[in-house]
Ligand binder design. Structure first.
Ligand code: AMP
Length: 570
């Protein structure tokens, strides 16, 4: 479903990169230095806890269980919960102290919060000299392969590459089943765009969607999420750009088509500190479950940060080019260090001074030019030497020259939807589950209302009663379902038909084919329990049409004779 909805729809490239990643890659991306969570330790036993989780649990408990707290205090706890992801180590530590929060198991005092790196370290090869990490996300594999991917896409932007695979994070406190684990399936899309043109050709297909959005401003002022039209959020600048908006819309369609309840799905914008400093904008698709609102998909505009970081570290330019139809005349700054003079003045340090001069940006260079012209010399800081040097007029020439350019070379921006598959599946289970009374009314029966496209088993085949002729027909139908690529189960046991229906409802199987004659059979839909009658040789085709999403059950219901039977409702 994900491949169909995203990869095929956008003609994305698919990649499969290794899980074990050399340190140099994750050093460049910033993960070695910054991929941390804040941890506190029980000062006596050394047991570790996530600092923000303790504060969150404390505020939630006070709000839910302590009836004596004042309205001001309750508002304060709600505010802390709203800005929790925005708090620095110092602010978290101060709140933990202020509220007197202690270690949950022992009630011992806690240490100040400190960063803990979430990556699992390893070493690559037998020497043990090459450090590596289990990848904490799949994205970096795509960034380091950008040059080849761009080439495979015919050197054209925009394009996207997708990857699904395991990610590893040494979580401080894994909890809540599939929701916080140390090894999980991540599906990531890296969509590369020109930073000067973040429009999307198919944006109009999602612009009219309306759903729950929770912009930064509303969170900070204590309001709740509200229904907003996506197109309006983009045009008002609440969502940074069209491509980001397009993917927010596509993620909304994906999750609701999976069976996530739209009333329990919201898109929450990251708070200013929560967002990585380089990100232009970031929204999380959060799904409400019995554990509260859970971040299941992150959709971020990561700007050009990742490609620039890998370019700087590797020296390989990860860039794209826009070819002009006509050459364009541009004014270019030319910085030409006079190496002979610099060598005489700085001897062994000449190379550092040359590099520093060449690395000046336009404003710095023009300021130096003006100073050299008025004063003849200028103080200049050379970071690699750790000191200032005196640059004289004869040591560098700075000018603006007109040049013809045939292309514009730039680092693309990347827009990244990142899906936690386990979290989505868990929430889907919660949203799809319901119970209904049995026909006799003495029992509650379990049902999963998985949409046909999603249900792992699409169909069951039952002979109504144990009878060789019916069994033969059931086997024939099973064969045609296999040929059509439809996952199914055949049950030829003598269990009552009502029990067999109840068993498959519990597995979320959307259709049941029951053989009650040798010429025609019934097809029962799980949630309505409605049945139609079709010819034996049509059964597989009808089921395929609905499970592939080509027809709805309503279409089928109006095209075939209805069948009523006591046994459909057990
Ligand atoms: P992030 O890169 O932190 O935005 O994570 C991307 C997605 O991975 C999140 O939206 C979650 O759905 C999922 N995720 C992150 N950490 C975990 C975890 N420890 N266990 C399961 N899923 C996770």
């Amino acid at each position: 479903m994900q491949t169909l909805h995203f990869v095929l729809e956008e003609n994305m490239l698919e990649v499969d990169c290794p899980c074990v990643t050399p340190e140099v890659v994750l050093k460049a991306s910033g993960h070695v230095d910054k991929f941390t969570d804040l941890m506190v330790k029980d000062e006596k036993t050394g047991t570790c806890y996530r600092a923000d989780h303790l504060l969150k649990d404390f505020c939630n408990e006070k709000l839910q269980k302590d009836l004596t707290i004042s309205t001001e205090k309750a508002a304060e706890f709600r505010h802390v919960l709203a800005v929790l992801d925005d708090l620095s180590a110092e602010e978290l530590g101060a709140k933990i102290k202020e509220y007197g929060i202690t270690a949950p198991d022992t009630k011992n005092p806690l240490s100040d919060p400190y960063p803990f790196n979430l990556m699992f370290q390893t070493s690559i090869g037998p020497s043990g000299l090459l450090p590596g990490y289990m990848r904490p996300e799949t994205a970096q594999g795509i960034f380091v392969n950008f040059k080849d991917l761009y080439y495979y896409n015919g050197n054209k932007l925009p394009f996207a590459a997708a990857q699904i695979g395991q990610a590893f994070r040494n979580e401080i406190s894994p909890r809540q089943g599939l929701l916080r684990v140390r090894e999980f399936t991540l599906a990531e899309i890296e969509h590369f765009v020109d930073p000067e043109d973040k429009s999307h050709p198919k944006y109009s297909e999602v612009a009219n969607l309306e759903f729950l959005m929770f912009p930064r401003e509303e969170q900070m002022s204590g309001q709740s999420a509200k229904i907003i039209c996506l197109g309006e959020a983009v045009s008002k600048g609440i969502v940074n750009n069209e491509t980001l908006g397009y993917f927010i819309g596509r993620v909304f369609l994906f999750l609701t088509r999976l069976g996530i309840n739209r009333k329990r799905l919201r898109f929450r914008q990251h708070l200013a500190n929560e967002m990585a400093h380089y990100a232009a904008d970031c929204w999380d698709a959060e799904i409400e479950s019995s554990y509260g609102w859970i971040e299941c998909v992150g959709i971020a505009d990561r700007s050009a940060y990742d490609l620039r970081a890998h370019t700087d570290k590797s020296g390989v330019p990860l860039v794209a080019a826009e070819k002009f139809s006509e050459p364009r005349e541009v004014e270019k700054l030319v910085i030409a260090p006079v190496k002979k003079e610099l060598g005489l003045a700085f001897k062994g340090n000449q190379k550092n001074v040359v590099e520093a001069l060449e690395a000046m940006n336009e404003q710095e260079a023009l300021e130096m030019k003006a100073a050299l012209e008025s004063k003849g010399e200028v103080e200049f800081q050379v970071c690699t030497l750790g000191k200032n040097v005196c640059i004289k007029k004869n040591m560098v020439s700075i000018s603006k020259e007109k040049k013809k350019e045939h292309q514009r070379v730039f680092t693309p921006s990347v827009i990244e939807p990142s899906f936690g598959i386990g979290r989505i599946i868990y929430c889907l289970y919660e949203h799809s589950f319901y119970t209904r009374p049995s026909k006799a009314g003495d029992e509650q029966l379990n049902v999963f209302r998985f949409p046909p496209l999603v249900a792992p088993i699409k169909c069951t085949v039952f002979p109504l009663v144990q009878n060789q002729q019916y069994e033969e027909v059931a086997k024939e139908i099973s064969k045609s379902l296999t040929v059509a690529g439809i996952s199914h189960k055949i049950d030829i046991t003598g269990t009552s038909i009502g029990k067999r229906y109840a068993r498959t409802d519990e597995l979320g199987v959307p259709f049941a084919i029951t053989v009650d004659s040798t010429s025609s059979v019934t097809i029962r839909e799980r949630d309505s329990k409605d049945q139609i009658r079709v010819n034996v040789d049509e059964a597989a085709t009808v089921v395929k049409a609905v499970t592939d999403g080509l027809k709805s059950w309503e279409d089928i219901w109006t095209s075939y004779p209805h069948h009523s039977s006591e046994s459909a409702d057990d």
